[in-house]
Ligand binder design. Structure first.
Ligand SMILES: Cc1cc2nc3c(=O)[nH]c(=O)nc-3n(C[C@H](O)[C@H](O)[C@H](O)COP(=O)(O)OP(=O)(O)OC[C@H]3O[C@@H](n4cnc5c(N)ncnc54)[C@H](O)[C@@H]3O)c2cc1C
Length: 404
């Protein structure tokens, strides 16, 4: 039996290895780019946050909120890490639950998978962009512009649209739609959010720990604590990724309120700042030693205090106002950046049309899908790759073991 797999990313490579465990199964893995796992090698800022040990507990989003559960139960993070260990990857789990290769190189993950794929019953075709698929007389015909592959089972693992420069494409959605499957609206997720505040450029590159709350028309949408990064256009970093989901969708006035010192009360901060009146510092150093220097200066400016004013000359209410900005800094949000900048696609092929226990299509027997192409996306922190491994493993096992 031949299993064809379209897409040599995280899910497709896992599916290929799972199907190839059945000795009577031959696998053909088709990848449109020149090498396998291109997006994977750029994940986690080149470090690849390949899993999160809390992924079995939730952290996934879909119009069918429980669709991911069976795949995650069958191939949870612990089993995934054992599997990687058997393949030769040495990993490290951070206290937060995030898992990385010990080498700190995403390429280690790609290499280990590539080595494993080098076996007799797997054929890898790179530079093979599938442009057409059809099923006739119980078999699939999969065509690129130049070649055609015939197979008995077909797994679509083309990924989503996010990260377009790394290979994100509409292709998988189109191929599955040609079989009658439907696709939800697609949105960028785990992405920077732009602000309309003019002063943002002064903070470009600054990282700060904070409690961030996103509100729409004054109503709390999501809240999180951790690192925020200021960019030329707006806000980025794990905290923003976590709370950016659905931000600025559906109209309304969106804001991000940041507390840059969540572990220090307003009164304690004020007391610290008032004590600085005893020295000879000027206002530009009001927050020096407490916050990032540039952030401190921006807060001073927002409080309408001139940089060179000696702190001892500042009035109580001026210091109170500056402290207030440090505990309650509000930025208007306009829109998330596009699919280019997004780490994952929210939405995808409608999961109700697939069997969660096999990943097989309910419309076309022998057709499977896995990974980001489906309407499942995870939180920041290794959840999306874990979904790719778990769903890829389930699709590969189901396609490989079933009799024709
Ligand atoms: C910059 C960035 C950083 C990220 N960091 C993390 C992270 O640290 N942790 C985490 O969990 N998630 C991370 N993600 C998300 C994660 O990479 C994806 O969710 C995951 O790779 C999806 O796996 P997939 O196999 O479904 O798709 P992909 O990995 O995108 O693989 C799909 C493959 O299919 C190929 N393909 C598409 N169409 C065709 C076609 N017609 N014919 C042949 N081949 C085709 C593509 O070229 C691609 O190689 C990150 C994403 C980005 C963009």
């Amino acid at each position: 039996m031949i299993v064809g797999i379209i897409g040599g990313g995280a899910a497709g490579m896992t599916a290929a290895l799972a199907a190839a465990e059945y000795s009577d199964c031959s696998v053909v893995l088709m990848e449109r780019q020149a090498r396998l796992g291109r997006k994977l090698s750029a994940t986690g800022n080149g470090r690849c946050n390949l899993s999160n040990i809390h992924a079995s507990e939730g952290g996934y989003h879909s119009d069918q909120p429980d669709f991911h559960e069976y795949a995650l139960k069958q191939f949870p993070p612990a089993r995934t890490l054992d599997w990687f260990s058997d393949l030769g990857l040495y990993t490290v789990t951070e206290p937060s639950g995030k898992v990385y290769p010990y080498s700190d190189q995403a390429n280690s993950v790609v290499d280990i998978l590539r080595f494993a794929l080098d076996r007799d019953n797997i054929e890898v075709l790179t530079d093979f962009e599938v442009v057409k698929v059809k099923k006739a007389d119980g078999r699939f015909t999969v065509s690129s512009q130049r070649e055609t592959v015939q197979c008995d089972k077909l797994i679509v693992a083309c990924g989503g649209l996010a990260g377009t420069k790394l290979g994100g494409t509409m292709s998988g959605y189109k191929l599955l739609r040609s079989f009658g499957h439907k696709c939800t609206k697609l949105r960028p997720a785990l992405v920077q959010v732009k602000t309309g505040w003019r002063g943002i450029a002064a903070l470009k590159g600054v990282r700060a720990n904070c409690r961030a709350a996103i509100t729409c028309d004054g109503v709390l949408h999501r809240e999180s604590v951790g690192e925020i990064q200021f960019t030329e256009l707006g806000l980025s970093g794990p905290v923003i990724y976590e709370i950016s989901r659905d931000t600025c969708h559906g109209g309304g006035s969106w804001e991000c309120t940041m507390d840059f010192l969540p572990d220090l009360s307003y009164d304690d901060l004020l007391a610290k700042l008032l004590r600085r009146r005893a020295g000879a510092l000027t206002a530009e150093d009001l927050f020096t030693g407490i916050l990032h220097n540039r952030l401190g200066r921006v807060l001073v400016k927002e409080a309408d205090i001139r940089n060179m004013t000696p702190i001892r000359e500042l009035r109580d209410e001026q210091i109170r106002e500056a402290a207030g900005y440090a505990k309650h800094f509000i930025l208007p949000l306009t829109e998330p950046l596009g699919m280019d900048a997004a780490q994952v696609t929210a939405g995808g092929i409608v999961t109700h049309e697939f069997e969660p226990t096999t990943m097989e299509s309910k419309l076309v027997p022998g057709l499977y899908a896995c990974g980001e192409v489906l309407d499942v996306d995870g939180d920041c922190g290794g959840y999306n790759l874990q979904w790719a491994w778990s769903s890829g493993r389930l699709a590969g096992t189901s396609a490989g073991k079933e009799t024709i």
